[in-house]
Design a protein. Sequence first.
Length: 586
Amino acid sequence: MNLQKEIESILKKSLGKMGMDGNVSVSFSNRPELCDYQSNSCFAMSKQLHKAPLELASEIVANIPANRKYDFSAEKPGFINVKVKDSYLAKKGDELLLDEMVGVEKHKKSKRIIMDYGGANVAKELHVGHLRSPIIGESLNRLHTLFGDNVTSDAHLGDWGLQMGLTIAQLMEDGVLDYYFKKKGKEPVITLDMLNEAYPKANKRKSVEPEFKEKAAEFTLRIQRKESPYYDAYKKIREVSVAQIKKNYEELNAHFDLFLGESDAEPYISKAIDIFKKKGLAHESEGALIVDVAREGENILSDKLDKDGKPYLLNPMPPVILKKSNGADVYATTDIATVLMRNKEKGVDEIIYVTDNRQGSHFERFFRACKLAGISPEKQKLTHIVFGTINGKDGKPFKTRSGETIKLADIINILIEKASEKLKSNGLKPSRELALQIGVGAMKFGDLSNTVAKDYIFDIDKFLSFEGKTGPYLQYTVARINSILAKTDCEGGAIKIYSEDERKIILAIMKLISAYQLCYDDNSLNMLCSATYELASAFSTFYNNHRILSEKNLNKKRAYISICKLVRRALVQALGVLAIDVPEKM
Ligand code: ARG
């Protein structure tokens, strides 16, 4: 439901009546005390149409036939102000209440999209750096789905890299894998704790023990060749790790249709490499197989010298590595093979990836390689959404007190604990589930309220506040409406505008409806967060100014109840897109 479009067409018709044509656009008013919508188009049109802006605005307004929907006025120096008539706004409110999508309309053309927003690495514990992909990705998935796109989400686990060889080399030395390697003892129970200990240890050793590093690289290669017993041990480790990863994602309310990993693209690696070879796109360089992706004009040696006296590159675009000199696959290899695998099914319009901003070059380069080889069809859009870093209050990347990276499981525990404290201080006895919903909701809303690309400060106390622009405030608003509705048998009736407060609510829903589209166009969510918050605060004003349950005038009471129901539906839908749970009570 889009009043803006309707107003635009009324203005355009009027212009037509005047024998003129122009681009009329309408936006929400930035002076809500004066009007609901405004058009600034007369300024731009005035030059073309050779009329002063105010004169043009007045003529357009004068040519609009009397109607039951809007009041128009021309204002100095050339605005057209629009106020929606109370009765029309109330009618729209009734329609919204009956509308399954609370005014959001599915797009005429549905896109087929694959979204890649997991990225957890097997054998390595998830940490703070893995937090934003599932948060942002899940919401974008839901936003696209709301508009009718056909989205498949894939966790795309990191399970084909050096960390596997490192972990196995370490566990082997610790004697944990004797069953596999020495054919001794019983099949071991590999625990998460073992993995959490083995990988960091091995990772440290890698930088100081070249022999260990070499061994790990060799093991990685053996795993990639599916050699026994390396591959068997690997499969076991993967299983343990994936169970934990699934649990973490579930707690974050991120859901994946596919839980595939880099390893699942393995059957497509040789096919992909053949394509590059056949098209003459791959060549050897220092033993490795590479694809040049720099374009004309890129990779130019500058005539300036760097501090070491070497000429530096003006626009360096390094090649994509398909195979390392030892024959091992790298990050780009599996990403390219995955694109080939994903295109097994025809008609994928877009593949969207959500990762941190340090991976820009990797994505740009392997996207180019896929396009050069035709592995991604020409028409297919490859989109990389990059997000900023989560910082601590000191403005530096969020770390533990001792300066280590914070594990995702620890963050979730902190959120539960803090939310629990908060709820207790409000006189509630929260279950773990409720604390999880509030804690995770708070963090998600804090995250999504920022522009995706921007760094933000992880300030959990601020995120958890029950007042202001926070997740808990929105959850609380819904819980409050639930409690009002639970206390009455009044069914609700036709909406009527009795005061400014109801107007503000319906207009806030109109803004919310536009925010979905703006976010869709922009692959962002911050505007949706703001619009949701504005609706909740419009409701709070209404709630504070009206005695809903004790209202004596039955028609009024019915209208109030309908307003409550409408706001609840609009908030629940928006929080659903943000993948924030809405507890029944709080
Ligand atoms: N596993 C990667 C990491 O931890 C993220 C994967 C993102 N997706 C992709 N298709 N490359 O950095």
